[in-house]
Design a protein around this ligand. Sequence first.
Ligand code: FAD
Length: 378
Amino acid sequence: MNFDLSEEQKMIRDMARDFAESEVKPVAAEIDRTDAFPWKIYKRMAELGLLAMTLPPEYGGSGADTVSWSIVEEELARASAAVADAQLLLKLMSHMILCHGTEEQKKKYIREMGKGERICATGMTEPDAGSDLRGIKTTARREGDDYILNGTKRFMTCGNIVDMVIALVYTDRSKGSKGMTSIIVEMGTPGFSRGKKEELMGVRGLETSELIFEDCRVSKDNLLGQEGQGWQVALGSLDMGRIGIGSQALGVAQAAMEEAVKYAKQRVAFGQPIAKFQAIQFMIADMSSHIEAARLLLRKAAFLSDQGKPFTREAAEAKLFASDLAVKAATDALQIHGAYGYTREYPIERIYRDAKVYQIWEGTNQIQRTVIARHLLK
Ligand SMILES: Cc1cc2nc3c(=O)[nH]c(=O)nc-3n(C[C@H](O)[C@H](O)[C@H](O)COP(=O)(O)OP(=O)(O)OC[C@H]3O[C@@H](n4cnc5c(N)ncnc54)[C@H](O)[C@@H]3O)c2cc1C
């Protein structure tokens, strides 16, 4: 068994780490405060090849493997969860189009996405349906060679700035999940608009908003996959998404630990740095051992993906473990900061708010447990 990264993986990690440390970390607090999309950083990621890293070379990418991508997600999230998630959105949307799109769709969208010139939202969640996606209400009614969409999507990451969305809709509700279809809708299409921006507690800067369809007419050429395949298209990206989200959670936990270590060495109480107290040391030791465990779980899930083997359970386990860890590590790291952790003077306050989302998105942790249990009990 070999735990070493390849030379190429090490090079990608070092590049991502340098970029995150020198260019992302200094603006992370500002991204959070202004809650505005970090365009400058996004364009820099495009220049450095970090956006297109996993795209095939024929679409301008470098075909990097899932292990490398997982490492990049971790390194970016260590500096800013929002920046890491902007990269993840590109990876997942391009993955969906590469797996299910026509040649024409791939040519039209993938290269531009990798260059940071086109951002696509993943349109699943609705006001009345999140975990239970069969409860969505958005419909697409066939009319000649067109579909007419009606409905509202909520919590669309980058919704306020996206150029397009891949929307999960019902084309035939009577067939249940087999009546679901994925449709690409571009901004500028009459009847497609942005709704209210979400006031989020964390991962601010992603311009998360509603997307609304009101008698929105699109051609049948906009279907991603076949009519009735929307469920497979949507679920097909979730396993990969869980590796990315888990990796971000790991980066957030790592950042929390680093902030805790730094603060514990400088804060003096009862005549000595608080790092000398065993209560503080134990919290940091637990963070370290759990971070190492999360990293191994994530590397294994990513490795299986790269081997072309099934990784649904492993991705769910890694996401579950890493996101619970992110919350625990951020909570303990804030505790170590005492009252100062409860202010905006130190990054831990933002890290603490960011950490919580990892237990919710890409399938809540209750849903991860149902996925894992289903695999074990089938
Ligand atoms: C910041 C942010 C960005 C997001 N971005 C996107 C995006 O870009 N695109 C997108 O489509 N969605 C997005 N989401 C939505 C996200 O995927 C959903 O919030 C998530 O799937 C949970 O759905 P819900 O919020 O409706 O919770 P619900 O499904 O209503 O769940 C509420 C509670 O009930 C629990 N629960 C539900 N069903 C079960 C069950 N069967 N067993 C046990 N417990 C259960 C849940 O775990 C949760 O604790 C985003 C969410 C957030 C917070």
